[in-house]
Design a protein around this ligand. Structure first.
Ligand code: SF4
Length: 347
């Protein structure tokens, strides 16, 4: 299957998109692309604004080359804004746009996109697509709902069976993860001084809409359940079982996961199984405690002392005796896990 320019504009993760970006950069020059009156810059800013205000970006079909270039330029702008919340919001919005388009594709095209974009090992049979289990695990690890756990999937000779819809969701999630990795990798491109004013203007504009995350207290982008304290693991398990959690239990779980970088939209699936689930109300509450709407205050999880009062503490290891807050537990455990990994690699 041969991809078109429209495919490259719609699916920035395919190899044709990277090739076009390289060719266009060589022919136009980075300075022209980043100049204040460039159409690419205008579209990049628009793309970021779409993400912030609509939670989904669109595909600008009037000029496909502009659209192809606008994604890497948007990443450069976001990198310079240094707002982790914005990185997550942009990645989520791009995922939403890609998912909406993937859902309209044929089975053959979905398989080709996954192979070309992510080197997945894919098979097709009847109405299903099959992804090799290691490719599946790499992406599904970030998906909170137990629905995505390997034990809950049908495995055939090392390949995970997926409907077209689930395959599309997995592929869109792989794209979201790639954006998060890419922003960390974007080299420190020397931006022209005129671009600095665009960045500052956007920073000011988003200040009220997307409060900056306090990185000293939180661990954005690092979702490592093996480092979660027992209280959070228990709540996570109960939510996945669809138990009717108390208000305090829901608040604790939501604030903990939001504090480590999950977005309100990502948490929706987690609460979906609860008996009184209402999508718009839940999203409203999640966005409220994430500081996106209402008082704009970003809430943090309650302390261990408060959780003990509410009977939610299930302290079960030595580290619990040394901490006063579940996020401190997470931070310390994460560091010790990383030290352990480094130690193993050094041997
Ligand atoms: S001591 Fe704190 S971190 Fe540990 S289980 Fe209790 S509430 Fe959670």
């Amino acid at each position: 299957m041969i991809f078109s320019k429209l495919d490259a504009a719609t699916y920035p993760f395919i190899s044709l998109a990277s090739r076009l970006v390289k060719e266009l950069e060589e022919s136009l020059g980075l300075n022209a692309i980043l100049s204040p009156d460039s159409e690419v810059l205008r579209r990049s800013v628009e793309r970021i604004r779409e993400a912030v205000y609509s939670r989904a970006t669109s595909v600008y079909k009037r000029d496909l080359e502009v659209e192809v270039l606008s994604h890497p330029v948007a990443l450069i702008l976001i990198k310079h804004m240094n707002n982790k919340r914005l990185v997550n919001v942009y990645a989520e919005a791009e995922k939403n746009r890609v998912l909406a388009n993937l859902l309209k594709e044929s089975q053959e095209k979905l398989a080709t996109l996954a192979i070309d974009g992510f080197n997945w090992h894919v098979k097709r049979e009847g109405d299903f697509l099959f992804v090799r289990f290691d490719d599946y695990l790499k992406t599904s690890v970030n998906m909170l709902d137990a629905y995505w756990k390997l034990v809950n999937r049908r495995l055939v000779k090392g390949y995970v069976e997926l409907s077209r819809r689930d395959f599309s969701r997995l592929l869109a999630e792989a794209y979201r993860t790639r954006i998060l990795e890419k922003v960390n990798q974007v080299e420190d491109v020397q931006v022209p001084s005129t671009l600095k004013s665009v960045i500052e203007e956007l920073e000011r504009e988003f200040q009220g809409v997307l409060p900056k995350v306090d990185v000293s207290a939180t661990y954005v982008g690092e979702y490592v359940p093996s480092a979660f304290p027992a209280c959070i693991l228990k709540l996570l398990e109960e939510a996945e079982q669809g138990k009717n959690l108390s208000h305090m239990a829901r608040f604790t779980l939501a604030t903990f996961l939001l504090s480590i970088g999950k977005t309100p939209e990502e948490l929706l699936d987690l609460f979906r199984k609860m008996p009184d689930f209402d999508e718009s109300k839940t999203l409203y509450h999640l966005r409220h405690i994430a500081g996106e709407i209402g008082s704009r205050k970003k809430y943090t999880p309650p302390s261990c002392a408060t959780l003990r009062t509410f009977g939610l503490c299930v302290a079960n290891d030595e580290l619990c005796q040394k901490v006063k807050h579940p996020l401190t537990y997470y931070s310390k455990k994460l560091k010790s896990l990383k030290r352990g990994e480094l130690g193993k690699r050094a041997k």
